[in-house]
Design a protein around this ligand. Sequence first.
Ligand SMILES: C[S@@+](CC[C@H](N)C(=O)[O-])C[C@H]1O[C@@H](n2cnc3c(N)ncnc32)[C@H](O)[C@@H]1O
Length: 289
Amino acid sequence: MADFFSKSWINMRMQYDDAARSDILINFLRNNSKYSDHNLIDMCSGTGSFLIWLLKNNVTFKKNILIDHDTTLLKSVKSNFRKYLKDKYVIKSNSNNLNLILTSKNSNSIDVYVEKSDCEKFNLNENQSFIISYSAAIDLMSKSSITNSLSNMKKNNILFYSLCFDGKVKWSPSHNFDKYILSFFNSHQMTDKGFGKALGYQAIDYLTMKAKKLGYRVTEKESAWKIVNSHEKDKNFMRRYILDIKKALYHMEGIDRSMLSEWYLSKKESIYQKKLKLCVGHKDILIAR
Ligand SMILES: C[S@@+](CC[C@H](N)C(=O)[O-])C[C@H]1O[C@@H](n2cnc3c(N)ncnc32)[C@H](O)[C@@H]1O
């Protein structure tokens, strides 16, 4: 059984995700007006971060469907929209469900349908065309779930997998145990995270190889987190990042807990001294016909 994701962690990473996201989807939509009537499905939407990012960047779709299997995360979509989009939209909701209607200052309205479902079981309406997004989710997926996601390339649908973790984490200054910790972290990423055995960073190669074999166009761009701990927020984020790594790896078979502790305490000290930089590798991948 997969672990559920922490709401505070997803919300905490939002500003770093926003800074990291590439422009490939925005440019693609700008240069291909035929996609302007598409609707959006955000698979594994969590608390709605990806749609919030789109709307902040003035990328709008009339109908937006957010899908996640975690009700706790979906319940905070409304408060997140109110927090981040209040200057742009009036946000109304029906108290009977999680759905929202967003009306902009120029009276254009957007529907947001929030649905608790397993992404694998969600049936696409074949009469409509969609941009189907997976943000910060591909490394959680198994081979079969990636194959399944590619089967949604019907009609003119587009697939957009953003913030795909590529297995590379660079600390500056580095620590002798960084490689050791990263190899355990990458193994941990290959356990069940909601789709059966996850591919972790290997999901990128698997997806792009499969998509190319199927004859689709694949566009990739870097979207790494580049974090310099110059503000208190950055320090808190890095502290949380190393703490979550420590907690995740602690019970893994074969891990040397004294090395894990030493690594953790050394990073904590470096964060405190304000001298640490962190780069976590991600890629954005767009798949179209
Ligand atoms: C790392 S979070 C990413 C959340 C969001 N997309 C973002 O960019 O902040 C991964 C999300 O995948 C969801 N998830 C994992 N397996 C799922 C499944 N089989 N069906 C639906 N959601 C799933 C989790 O509940 C979680 O919200």
